[in-house]
Design a protein around this ligand. Sequence first.
Ligand code: FEO
Ligand code: CA
Ligand code: CA
Ligand code: CA
Length: 589
Amino acid sequence: RRRRPRAKAPFGFTAIEPQPAGTDELDVPDGFSWHAIIAWGDPLFRGTPRFDVDRQSASAQRRQFGYNCDYVGLLPTRNPHRAVLVVNHEYTNDNLMFEGYTGPDSLTDDQLEIIQAAHGMSVVEVRRRNGTSGWTYVQGARLNRRIHTGTRFTFDGPGAGSDLLRTSADPDGTSSLGTLNNCAGGTTPWGTVLSGEENFNQYFVEPGTGTAEQTAAWERYGIAGSTGRGWERIDPRFDLGQEPNEANRLGWVVEIDPLDPHSTPVKHTAMGRFKHEGANVTVDDDGSVVAYMGDDERFDYMYKFVSHRRYRKGNSWRARRHNKQLLSSGDLYVARFTGDGAQDRVNDGTGEWIPLVVDNRSKVPGMNVEEVLVHTRLAADKVGPTKMDRPEDVEVNPVNGRVYAALTNNSRRTAAEIDEANPRPDNRHGHVLEITPTRGEHVRSTFSWKLVLIAGDPDDPGTYFNGYDRSEVSSISCPDNVAFDGEGNLWIATDGNALGDADGMYLMPLEGREKGHLQRFLSVPAYAECCGPLITFDQRSVLAAIQHPGESDAATYASPASLFPYKGDPCPRPGVVEVRPDRRKRTRD
Ligand code: FEO
Ligand code: CA
Ligand code: CA
Ligand code: CA
């Protein structure tokens, strides 16, 4: 019916049809196969117990792969058949993990400890037999590491040591335990991984006894009343009545060094505190390091960080030590987008980065630098940035140097609230925004921008596929994470398809004859979200995180909606899959 799509290299494929959201199947194009590299509960160390859903323990979970995978990074090593996989574990589906779950009150203390241990991150070495075989993980490898709520982090940057970070366990405000709700992330040019602490609000009880300032901040960050998680029952730091500053110790960008399993991971206060989706770094010609970041909430903002010090090339120990401090000191900005009008029939215009912190000094009236960095949302509110439709992953295209931001959706935007960068009321399907820095320099404070995708059913004339014929493209809803292949094509993973179809992964070329020709590459199992995504460094495979398979209101431990990855367990196990072209059947255009 539709003309055969002609994808650019490296993945020539025929777009797959959508599948209903409840279909418990992982679908990839003809000529491709998938396998799970690792899934929830897989043992990471020598002697770690194998996964057994009916015999879980916190001590085992601290040594096993965690739950709901989000960000996926793959770092090459000197050996081309060995690499390091780094994965975020954003949150847990407690109702699918434990038999007899009826709500947070039904959880035992042991189960709450297991749940905490299933959050965080995993670092896992992977290997392959040769250049055409798939990756498998290596139990007991030297670099394997689990980061969980017991892992110690240090704060650095101008906010470290602030009164706002001090607790009874940490009277200096310089270190904290754990990282939570890690959503997207990015791999830096110096081989570390950045990870965003997103919806940390859900773990805290708000006691109603805070000062006016505390209460205003808690409200702006979505902390209200009871958690629904029950963590305060085993760990009083999650009760803000007892530790009012504990919530200020989450909501940061964290940096971990996967190549040094004994390193202490860092929370970078210079990059501000909000519901961090992630952070992606690029290096300007002058060596300045620029990070782009989204704050994933309806009507929240996009941010940019510019390092004070310059990137040092090379992989030497000295260069890495220098580069690992680049995100400790820099200037922080928030974005304002101005449209140039609808007459040109394109959603585009110009924009500027409004300074919040410059030279470690506040640019926000009435707030000092510590307040700006800890309460960044409140600071940004004062300088007039553009309220966006849930800014998620923001990433620089390494081929064309432009920046791409997934704006997932915003069903609460009214017709009176639309602007050219967020052009639809009741935006249920989201869009993708492209930023072109002035003169290609990311340090500059101005840019131009354009929406390259307005998602939805392509039969809807309100959708837009970068000018491509809408009759030739796949439907797409709720772009959430973005990635690029070696030719600069945009890959998009979705979360929350509002068309009734499964979430998945899509390829959309950004240049040439196929520009805007969006094609569905993957559909995830029942009620999962597609995360990652990652085109591996050798352009030979696609990695995807299958997050929250089986997450539907009706699903329980006893009747799960998904059994992904279909290895005989009675429950779904979120995990990371690799998709590769079949060697013989590979389709070429
Ligand atoms: Fe964890 Fe913004 O999705
Ligand atoms: Ca326009
Ligand atoms: Ca997400
Ligand atoms: Ca990404």
